[in-house]
Design a protein around this ligand. Structure first.
Ligand SMILES: [Zn+2]
Length: 376
């Protein structure tokens, strides 16, 4: 009979929750290198004590990135997460660590310090029980995910290229869905240059930049394709000076979201080839789809079905969903490996004051990680 790992972790739940409390009480806003490094050192020591190889990628402005390796061989599984948070130092005074109605509250509980704690306990159990691995495990704990992974992106992708697949231990969705796709997105700025003229005397020789922008907005609007999961939204417009001058300048800032890389290409191509409608108007376009989508490929589906099967052995009914928000799942998906995201805690309130994880759901989620780490 195979072990029920959920029971094993349920018996250690107090210790696991106490470990999470330690993480949460070391506040880690992304921009505070010193604070982030303090928790980074703590995490590094923890994994080193298990016998892992710990490598620090030193950073100047953000916390040092942590790469932690366990196991042998050339094949590897990449396990991704971050320990920076959006919450400032001192948030603990207004949002203290506390357990209420079976929920553990505090900054970074849900997004996503518990994900690292879960990974640690999964690995600790694998080592203590000498469970064999099919592939080496490489944990990459990022320090600047919340500001867009600018300092970690290349390291993550380099690691991704060496990996067979990636597991992202970000929070689950809703009551425990894992995430098999994430939209990509970005921003465009469209600038229109016309020609100023007196609105009374010289109306005819003016080129109205706002009129031109209005034409372009309709073109941009037409690029939305709900069936493909592509949306464009003109979110900000500005232009003109006073009403009696034909405006020389106007601009728009446009939000873009895509589910497919091919759609990112289509939209970018269309935006950069917008043609002016008014004679003499000049358009310039900047920006693009900075975060590529994490697509649900056939390989993703296979990975999810495997996870679903493993979850079932723990009595857990695993469900999947595609979401709009981005994570390091988008960053690593670029290299073409399958990614399963949202393998972390059940809870709610990422970036909000009611941030929490559901304590009773913790054991089954760690149990699933044990199974995934040893069977992939
Ligand atoms: Zn996160």
């Amino acid at each position: 009979m195979s072990t029920n790992w959920t029971e094993v972790f349920a018996a250690q739940l107090d210790e696991i929750v106490a470990e999470l409390k330690t993480y949460v009480e070391m506040e880690t806003p992304t921009h505070n290198k010193q604070a982030v490094d303090q928790l980074g050192n703590f995490i590094a020591d923890r994994f080193a004590a298990l016998g892992c190889k710990v490598e620090r990628h030193p950073q100047e402005v953000v916390g040092d990135q942590l790469r932690i390796e366990y196991g042998e061989g050339d094949e590897q599984i990449l396990i991704l997460g971050h320990f920076d948070t959006v919450k400032e130092i001192g948030t603990l005074t207004t949002e203290p660590w506390r357990i209420e109605d079976g929920k553990a509250y505090g900054p970074g509980t849900y997004d996503m310090k518990s994900g690292i704690v879960f990974s640690y306990y999964a690995l600790k159990t694998i080592i203590e029980n000498q469970l064999p691995l099919n592939k080496k495990l490489v944990f990459f704990w990022n320090t600047d995910e919340e500001t867009g992974s600018e300092h970690s992106k290349e390291l993550i992708q380099e690691e991704g290229r060496r990996s067979a697949l990636a597991l992202v231990i970000e929070p689950t969705y809703g009551d425990g869905y894992v995430k098999t796709s994430r939209k990509g997105g970005g921003e465009f700025t469209l600038r229109v240059k016309g020609r100023a003229a007196h609105a009374g005397n010289d109306h005819k020789i003016g080129i109205n930049a706002i009129d031109e922008l209005a034409h372009q907005i309709l073109q941009i609007r037409a690029l939305t394709d709900y069936e493909q999961g592509t949306t464009l939204s003109v979110g900000v417009i500005s232009g003109g000076t006073v009403s009696n001058v034909v405006p020389e300048y106007a601009e728009a800032i446009i939000d873009v979201r895509v589910m497919k890389a091919s759609e990112a290409e289509r939209v970018t191509q269309a935006m950069y080839t917008l043609k002016p409608m008014l004679e003499g108007a000049v358009l310039t376009v900047e920006g693009g789809v900075a975060k590529t989508p994490m697509e649900r490929t056939e390989a993703t589906e296979k990975l999810f079905l495997h996870a679903k099967e493993q979850a079932k052995l723990e009595g857990l009914e695993l469900k999947e969903i595609g979401v709009g928000g981005t994570s390091d799942g988008n960053v690593v998906a670029v290299v073409g490996i399958p990614v399963l995201d949202g393998l972390g805690p059940v809870g709610d309130g990422a970036h909000a004051s009611h941030e929490h994880v559901v304590v009773d759901e913790i054991p089954a989620r760690i149990a699933l990680l044990v199974r995934l780490f040893t069977t992939m």
